[in-house]
Ligand binder design. Structure first.
Ligand code: GDG
Length: 723
């Protein structure tokens, strides 16, 4: 049976050790609450960190393993120093503040933390690959594991992989501050579907991908490395029915009225947050102070109850922050408090689920005023718990929840005066207005509950995966076995693309010259007698001549337009007619002049306009113009080819497939053939390959090749084995 593999940094339970005994304590936080329901359906495994087992005895370890196994939890252990670097250092010390736009909190020199972040992400990917069975869906969560989708994709090219980010994705200008921005984005884009809480965050991901890694955007989709990746908004929900019925439990109702009575004020205002600097506590406290200053009539009639849940206590940032908040609370209470009234009731601890429900019930006004928040579940829980349809939600417009909960009183949390005014408005709101707003809010929260959220994400993952080009290989034998046949063959032909196949790409085509080792390898193969080597490239005749003219190998330039057999002379397949390229030349020259960063490459039989280095939005506009212009004006003998950041005009009917047929001629059957390439134009070679040929795709992306390797290093290793 196919399963869902849920993957998150932390398992939904944390293992607590007590001698040889273990206890499983529920993990706190929004992600754990949301996914618990998905896991409870019973067709999933959950992979993640179980907490520190470093000092566990063998017996305790065995107990823990049993207890986790029964709950379908797969532990991925981390050492204490890994936790401090990958989790505290990189995830929470860099990504968390940066993604919440708090750039000044970002740690200054986290290079070593990044190295460990990578290692831990590798470990997660390896465990996923070891657990995965064909048909399983993989659902990876959050900023701790951004490299994992890509790392898993390398191991399992055909797997259905979803990624969900629980925090905001910042504007590209902020995201690009990260030294490892490209690697992180590439990691995320390994998924078939990338989910975020709001359309705005989704847009930021797509935009950053076009700006930073050369992805192309079309609607909700990106095309990246020949794969399609859907990036969309999936606002997370809560188990609304559960919260509603909890709020109506007799002990919750009892506790709520008891608390309300003992507060001895007309109105209770509530805040519930992890004590995190993103949640906007200092400004919230200042806003409350401003309310008491400007509207003294509310003194002794209102109390702010603030539950601040301990979080990330190992980190210095959080320690300092806690002291600041304490001080502020003390100052405001000192300034306004009276013998019978404490303005702010501050609790630094966590409470049970029923106590939390009672707090929600008792609160006339709920303040959710983060400086940034991916979604914020507290806002939704408050609405779900208000079965009496009263109470007022004051909500930060910088929380993802604000995109859905439009009937709340929306505030800018940085605007202390504005927030104070909104609190006053909430305190004085009429019952009918409260009810009208709360009814609408509850409708939204119940409609898009956690079940709907997970269902929509997983359905879309199925769809995105089904639409993804098939990467599965058509090979009937493993690559090693195929190569053994090639090695043993009495005669063989190797048809090899150059850029991206034998060498990595360089920023300018001129810089991707062959190293001596490669030239020596090609020479050795070419002189072996029974092996024919052909380089089949899109490069000009002149550049192939300059780099390889002296070697005993065949050369094919300009995608098959020019051929030079081993030891022979260049011949063109047809007569190039320079006049006919003139139209393209004019159009491309004009485009280059107006588009900084673009340039024209002139080959004998073709012209190419390159725009890899152009600002992506400008590039898209100019490329569209040029395409349109060319398709309207080219003579029939020329074809327009839309390549990777290049528009090329060349002779119709000339491609690398034709080159394969010409090189192998009639005598293909008496030779073992290897064809290797890395991009779209090489697919023509694979399609033209004779039966029995070994076709080899280098790198990711959809391909008709039977085999695949990661990069040029693998190709070279393979060629060395043939020597
Ligand atoms: C991240 C994103 C996004 C809190 N204190 C207690 C307690 N809680 C529960 C709440 C709520 C959860 O913890 C907190 O969720 P939030 O969404 O408010 O915030 P984060 O932990 O920062 O979550 C956030 C979320 O992921 C989901 O995608 O919404 O934007 O930052 O469920 O009820 N529960 C109990 N006692 C407490 O003292 N029982």
């Amino acid at each position: 049976m196919a399963r869902d593999l849920i993957v998150s940094n932390r398992l939904p339970v944390t293992v607590d050790l007590d001698g040889d005994d273990v206890e499983l304590r529920p993990s706190s936080g929004g992600l754990a609450s949301a996914l618990a329901g998905v896991h409870a359906r019973g067709e999933s495994l959950w992979l993640g960190w179980p907490g520190d087992l470093g000092r566990a005895s063998a017996a305790a370890r065995a107990h823990a393993a049993d207890a986790l196994h029964t709950r379908r939890l797969v532990p991925i252990e981390l050492s204490a120093s890994e936790v401090s670097r990958y989790y505290d250092g990189l995830a929470n010390g860099v990504l968390w503040p940066l993604f919440h736009y708090l750039t000044d909190v970002v740690r200054r020199d986290p290079g070593r933390d990044w190295a460990v972040y990578r290692e831990v992400n590798e470990r997660f990917a390896a465990q996923i690959a070891a657990t995965w069975r064909p048909g399983d869906r993989i659902w990876i969560h959050d900023y701790h594991l951004m490299l994992v989708p890509g790392l898993v994709r390398r191991r399992l090219p055909g797997a259905a992989i979803g990624f969900f980010l629980h925090i905001p994705f910042p504007a590209a200008e902020v995201f690009r501050i990260l030294p490892w921005r490209e690697e992180l984005l590439r990691g995320v884009l390994g998924a078939d579907l990338v989910g975020l809480h709001t359309a705005d965050y989704a847009h930021q991901v797509r935009y950053a991908a076009t700006q930073l890694v050369g992805a192309e955007e079309l609607g909700d989709e990106l095309t990246y490395e020949d794969r399609r990746v859907r990036v969309g908004a999936y606002p997370i929900g809560i188990d609304a029915h559960h919260h509603a019925s909890q709020a109506d439990a007799p002990e919750v109702i009892g506790q709520a009225s008891e608390w309300k009575a003992s507060a001895r004020v007309e109105r209770v205002v509530l805040g519930v947050d992890r004590l995190d600097y993103t949640k906007g506590l200092p400004r919230r406290l200042l806003s409350f102070e401003r309310l008491l200053e400007r509207w003294p009539a509310w003194r002794e009639r209102v109390q702010l109850v603030q539950l601040a849940v301990p979080t990330r206590e190992r980190s210095a940032e959080y320690d300092t922050f806690r002291r600041d908040v304490n001080e502020l609370v003390g100052r405001i209470n000192g300034r306004f408090g009276t013998p019978v009234w404490t303005p702010i009731q501050f609790m630094y601890r966590s409470v049970s689920a029923t106590e939390l429900a009672a707090l929600y019930r008792a609160a006339d006004v709920m303040l959710v005023t983060p400086l940034r928040d991916g979604m914020n579940l507290v806002a939704k829980e408050y609405c779900a718990s208000r079965t009496d349809e009263h109470g007022v939600l004051v909500l930060s417009e910088l929380a993802g929840a604000a995109a859905e909960l439009r009937e709340a009183l929306l505030v800018n949390p940085y605007d202390v005066d504005g927030t104070a005014g909104a609190i006053r408005r909430a305190l004085e709101m009429s019952a009918p207005e409260q009810q009208a707003r709360m009814t609408a809010l509850r409708g939204t929260v119940f409609r898009n509950d956690v079940r709907a959220w997970a269902g929509r994400f997983l359905d879309d993952l199925d769809a995105a995966h089904a639409a993804a080009p098939v990467i599965a290989s058509g090979a009937s034998t493993p690559l090693d076995a195929a190569l053994a046949v090639l090695r043993a063959a009495p005669r063989r032909a190797l048809l090899l693309d150059y850029d991206g196949t034998l060498v990595s790409f360089a920023s300018m085509p001129e810089l991707a010259f062959p190293d001596e080792e490669l030239r020596a390898l090609l020479r050795a193969l070419g002189t072996a007698g029974h092996t024919e080597v052909h380089l089949v490239s899109g490069r000009s005749r002149a550049s192939l001549d300059a780099w390889f003219g002296d070697l005993p190998i065949g050369l094919c330039a300009e995608h098959g337009y020019w051929l030079r057999p081993p030891g022979g002379v260049w011949e063109a397949v047809a007569d190039a007619s320079p006049d006919s390229l003139a139209v393209a030349q004019v159009a491309m020259t004009r485009a280059s002049a107006r588009t900084p960063g673009s340039f024209i490459e002139t080959k004998g039989s073709s012209l190419a306009w390159h725009y890899r280095m152009v600002e992506p939005r400008l590039a898209a506009r100019r490329a569209a113009e040029l395409r349109q212009q060319l398709s309207a004006s080219l003579p029939p003998s020329l074809a327009l080819l839309d390549g990777a950041k290049v528009i090329e005009v060349r002779m119709r009917g000339v491609d690398k497939g034709g080159a394969v047929r010409r090189i192998l001629g009639e005598g293909a059957a008496d030779r073992a053939v290897l064809i290797a390439g890395d991009d779209r134009t090489d697919e023509d070679m694979f399609a033209a390959a004779p039966p029995g040929a070994i076709t080899l795709r280098v790198g990711a992306g959809a391909s008709g090749a039977a085999y695949r390797v990661d990069g040029p290093d693998d190709v070279r290793a393979l060629l060395r084995g043939l020597r």
